[in-house]
Design a protein around this ligand. Structure first.
Ligand code: SAM
Length: 252
């Protein structure tokens, strides 16, 4: 059932809109230290391929200045990939609402000597503490599902992009083969929370992850929302049988 106007979903639970962010923050505080290892385990390393494909679509310039924003950037996987893919004049701003994730992102970027190209900003994707028309491209990977007011995050993405700027979102989607769906459901609802419990000590956080995937709008509907935010040439590509999709739109 859809949530009422001032309600949203936190996994399967209906919660007040103003309650969800605190619950999401709690999940990522609890799992931050084991976040990267769990991503590899849960996806059999596939999240790396999906992120590579996302960054190939960003295509940062090798010669000209290129300003990139990675929202809900977490421990920095996408931001660091964009920095590496671009030239020396590519700069990447990573925004995340969670200090633990930001701290881990900074430590990882330092180990890879990427600090010069990266800026870390504590902030909410729904109200970015950044100026209008500043960025050439915006990415959000596995982040928008966690944001209580998705429309606000899309409006903010539109605001901070330059004209001609590219919006890209990598998110879990809907598997499109019924047989595969049954296997995927069994794996997600049974194996992932169990794995989460062993690796992070927190099965509940990973139950939220699996449930939140099912509550996210189907890709056709999410594409409409991107269009309603003002973006043009909106499309999406399903990857890995629809486990994830990359959504794209342009500020024309
Ligand atoms: C599943 S992680 C994804 C991290 C990273 N993008 C990746 O692909 O590995 C989701 C991230 O979204 C962040 N987040 C949740 N709600 C947010 C919000 N409203 N604004 C900005 N970041 C948010 C969390 O703190 C967390 O780091």
């Amino acid at each position: 059932m859809p949530a009422a106007r001032d309600e949203t979903h936190f996994g399967r639970r209906k919660v007040r809109l103003d309650e969800k962010q605190g619950l999401v923050n709690d999940v990522f505080h609890r799992v931050a230290g084991r976040y990267d290892v769990m991503n590899d385990l849960m996806s059999f390393g596939l999240h790396r391929v999906w992120k590579d494909i996302l960054v190939a679509k960003v295509r940062p310039s090798l010669t000209r200045p290129f300003a990139h924003l990675d929202a809900a950037g977490g421990t920095g996987d996408v931001a660091m990939r964009v920095a590496r893919a671009g030239g020396p004049r590519t700069t990447v701003t990573l925004v995340d609402v969670n200090d633990d994730m930001l701290r881990l992102a900074k430590e990882r970027a330092a180990r890879r000597s990427l600090l010069k190209q990266l800026t870390f900003v504590a902030g909410n994707a729904e109200a970015l503490p950044l100026p209008d028309a500043r960025f050439d491209a915006y990415t959000i990977a596995f982040g928008i599902r966690n944001v209580p007011r998705i429309e606000d995050a899309l409006a903010e993405a539109y605001r901070v992009l330059k004209r001609g700027g590219h919006f890209l979102c990598l998110e879990f989607s809907r598997v499109d083969l019924p047989v595969f769906e049954r296997v995927y459901d069994a794996y997600s609802f049974a194996a992932i929370p169990a794995m989460g419990k062993v690796v992070t000590g927190d099965g509940g956080a990973y139950r939220y992850l699996v449930e939140s995937i099912r509550k996210f709008p189907p890709p056709e509907r999410f594409a409409d929302m991107i269009g309603e935010a003002g973006f043009g040439r909106v499309d999406f590509t399903r990857l890995s049988g629809g486990i994830v999709a990359i959504h794209s739109g342009w500020k024309l």
